[in-house]
Ligand binder design. Structure first.
Ligand SMILES: [Fe+2]
Length: 316
């Protein structure tokens, strides 16, 4: 499999190794030509995806701040029916952690990170993760940030990606801590004027974007089916940023102390990492905050691509 792929990161430029994780990079790749990501291959993948490995959602139109986000299930739909429903509806299917249940995607994931590591001195990635997003025309992903390093790779269709500065007021220390301590999902307040300060990219098949750690972002599909990959990884910077922000959150909650330093390097990293570990070990971190309730199932015969069902727990 890997031998057939050829080079995945095709558009690397020498200056990218200096810009990596500090500025947004848009880089050309070859995965849009791979048979592994064709509609036929993805239809087969959908059929073998375990229920805990996908999220299916639908949402309202207009202002991303007020979009009505609902979660659903694939039910008995075939992979081809699922893609047909997504083409005509307003649906968002995320097949998560593909590397854990299909070795062909793990091989791609490992190869592309090895290519990055060969380009960026000192880069050592782990907890690599691939999600495949199959999403409807004009579908949107709400304003959020991700804890690990994240890239968005475009396979089919076009999308508009808004990337915001990873600092106040676009992301506050308090919001960041609430997400890290799992007190909320990775979504938080958005104001339309933030767009005046966003970097905006129109991603085409064969392009990927990688933004600085914790930079908030949101995505709007153009009027076409979109197939994209979200790739995530951890490295020293990600781990230290996690420990410092998490530790600052614990200091605030237990001691009322407002720590100002959230830089992912320096002497304060280690005691904060220890504090974070203690907080988790003592069981303070909320568990179960990611339980999903569903109220629709996919149905390619319906005009919107799904049918309502009574609200129920996804894994009841
Ligand atoms: Fe994201």
């Amino acid at each position: 499999m890997t031998a057939d792929m050829g080079q995945i990161v095709t558009g690397w430029k020498p200056q990218f190794s200096k810009l990596w994780s500090k500025h947004t990079l848009v880089i050309e790749h070859s995965l849009h030509k791979s048979d592994l990501f064709s509609e036929e291959a993805l239809a087969k993948l959908i059929e073998k995806t375990p229920p805990e490995h996908y999220n299916l959602a639908t949402m309202g139109e207009g202002d991303p701040k007020t979009a009505d986000w609902r979660e659903g299930v694939l039910g008995s739909a075939s992979g081809a029916e699922a893609i047909e429903a997504i083409k005509k509806g307003r649906l968002w299917l995320n097949i998560r952690h593909c590397q854990d249940f299909d070795p062909r995607y793990k091989a791609v994931l490992d190869q592309l990170f090895e290519e990055f590591e060969s380009h960026v001195p000192g880069l050592n990635t782990y907890k690599r993760n691939m999600g495949i997003l199959i999403t409807s025309p004009k579908c949107q992903t709400l304003y959020h940030f991700d804890l690990p390093g994240q890239h968005l790779w475009q396979i089919a269709g076009r999308k508009k990606v808004y990337i915001y500065p990873n600092r106040e007021p676009f992301i506050s220390g308090v919001d960041r801590q609430r997400v890290l301590l799992r007190e909320t999902r990775e979504e938080f307040p958005f104001e339309p004027w933030y767009d005046d300060y966003a970097e905006i990219y129109h991603l085409e098949p064969g392009q990927m974007a990688y933004w600085p750690l914790h930079a908030p972002h949101r995505v709007e599909n153009e009027d076409c089916l979109n197939i994209s990959l979200t790739l995530e990884h951890w490295d020293t910077e990600v781990r230290n940023a996690y420990a410092v922000n998490y530790g600052n959150g614990v200091l605030k909650r237990f001691f009322g102390y407002e720590a100002k330093n959230n830089k992912p390097s320096g002497l304060h990293v280690y005691p904060k990492a220890a504090l974070s570990m203690a907080y988790k070990k003592l069981g303070f971190e909320k568990s179960g905050s990611y339980k999903d309730e569903v109220d629709f199932k996919l149905d390619a015969k319906q005009p919107q691509g799904f049918a309502d069902i009574p609200l129920t727990a996804k894994f009841a």
